[in-house]
Ligand binder design. Structure first.
Ligand code: HAM
Length: 421
């Protein structure tokens, strides 16, 4: 136990976190260009927020939340997703009283007690965006196009964008009835989960992966065909705008997302390369969520993408990562009396903005030069011996192994000049 992390969690080591930083940097840059500001909310929230926001009958709330009582006896939950918390923060901080729409993004860990497998974890990371205050189809189109643009910049190919409209409470009530009527004769052939969903949330049966349920729902009435005029018009406009933006998509009438807050547009982006967990991004409109949490009716829309699945896809597709910026200078120590001078020199190089390292293990010069090679530095400074007596150091250029003597007081300026350009 002491040397094993909990199942479904990951350690990210320096060899890979620089890739995460690269991805996050692109995400932040895209957000800046699209006018989103960063929102940071707590990792845990009152349990009721997710019960209300995400929905009592969802898998997340029924099976997957990390919920516990704190020492004050309050029920709190590690956030399983970011949208409910963003809506809570929007209300609590009275962002509705300011200029609309409000556009925010977040990056951080989420927690779901799910069966771990490749691409599915109990602690995973999402990047998400949320827009509050506009029901205009142009926002739906912009948000979806933004997700696709992110993947383009990350170099990910072969994506499939599925979109659907899950309607509003008016069309949903009609659809629910039609769906129940269609499924009633086949109730016995549904899986246990879906039998219980039949009364509580029949729409989710369309999303079930069990073969029996898939067979039973073949030819079932889809909500898309029963949209009220307002929802239909909204969905038509979203499609027209996506076409105008040149974003290819497929209308998938069976797409119902696993969270209850969705209204109108719902979408998912899939990729082939990562096996069973092919959904790397999901989102949609949630015009009822802010009202559900006790605010006025404020429309909203957003998406979240899984960072693990995104990076896994980049690895599988062999995208070209940028060169990792490593150590540029190694300061080698020749003889213990040179240690102090070497440390001071290393510190001076760093204060000029250069990545520099020195020996920390009292190794032989040969071993230190080996380490310099391993670090792929551009220059090695050798401090010590007769040179140091004369106030000089040896500077070795690693690209051509040429070596020259330099005055100790010149070496920092010399390397700064050479390496900063
Ligand atoms: P979601 O579809 O539940 O939506 O999650 C979004 C993305 O998070 C998924 O496409 C996937 O990449 C990643 N993800 C989810 N669960 C796991 C897991 N167990 N392990 C690894 N990655 C996972 C939401 O969370 C909504 N809040 C999205 C949204 C924002 N809708 C509107 N605004």
């Amino acid at each position: 136990m002491l040397t094993q992390r909990p199942k479904g969690t990951n350690d990210f080591l320096p060899q890979e976190t620089w890739k995460w930083q690269y991805v996050e940097q692109i995400l932040r840059e895209v957000c800046r260009q699209y006018g989103y500001g960063e929102l940071r909310t707590p990792i845990f929230e009152h349990t009721e927020l997710f019960q209300r926001g995400v929905g009592e009958t969802t898998d997340i709330v029924e099976k997957e939340m990390y919920t516990f009582l704190d020492k004050g006896g309050r029920s709190v939950t590690l956030r399983p997703e970011g949208t409910a918390a963003a809506a809570r923060a929007y209300l609590e901080n009275r962002l509705h009283a300011g200029p609309q729409p409000v556009k925010v993004y977040y990056i951080g860990p989420m927690f779901r007690y799910d069966k771990p497998q490749a691409g599915r974890y109990r602690q995973f990371h999402q990047f998400g965006v949320e827009v509050f205050g506009s029901d205009e189809p142009v926002v739906d189109a912009e948000v979806i196009a933004m997700a696709m643009e992110i993947y383009r910049r990350l170099g990910i190919k072969d994506l499939e964008l599925n979109i659907n409209s899950v309607g509003c409470p008016v069309c949903r009530a009609r659809h629910r009835e039609a769906l129940q009527e269609f499924l009633r004769p086949q109730l016995a052939s549904l899986c246990k989960d879906c039998q219980s969903r039949f009364e509580r949330n029949p729409l989710r049966i369309l999303d079930c992966k069990q073969e029996g349920c898939q067979a039973a729902t073949r030819g079932a009435p889809t909500i898309t065909r029963q949209l009220c005029p307002d929802c239909k018009d909204h969905f038509d406009q979203v499609q027209t705008l996506l076409k105008a933006l040149g974003v290819p998509f497929t209308v998938n009438e069976r797409l119902v997302r696993g969270l209850d807050y969705y209204t109108k547009t719902a979408f998912e982006i899939m990729v082939k390369d990562i096996g069973a967990q092919s959904s790397i991004c999901g989102g949609g409109r949630y015009n009822g969520l802010v009202g559900e949490l006790g605010g006025e009716d404020v429309p909203g829309i957003g998406f979240a993408l899984g960072l693990e699945r995104t990076i896994l896809t980049m690895e599988k597709q062999g995208v070209a990562w940028p060169e990792e910026a490593g150590t540029r200078v190694f300061v080698a120590v020749l003889g213990t009396e040179a240690r102090e001078q070497a440390l001071v020199l290393t510190q001076q190089l760093r204060s000029r903005g250069l990545a520099a390292e020195t020996d920390l293990l009292g190794r032989s010069l040969k071993a230190q030069l080996k380490q310099a090679d391993r670090l792929k530095v551009s220059y090695t400074v050798i401090v010590g011996g007769d040179e140091l007596q004369r106030g000089e150091v040896q500077l070795r250029s690693m690209s051509d192994s040429s070596q020259q003597a330099l005055k100790l007081e010149q070496v920092v300026d010399y390397l700064t000049e050479k390496l900063k350009s």
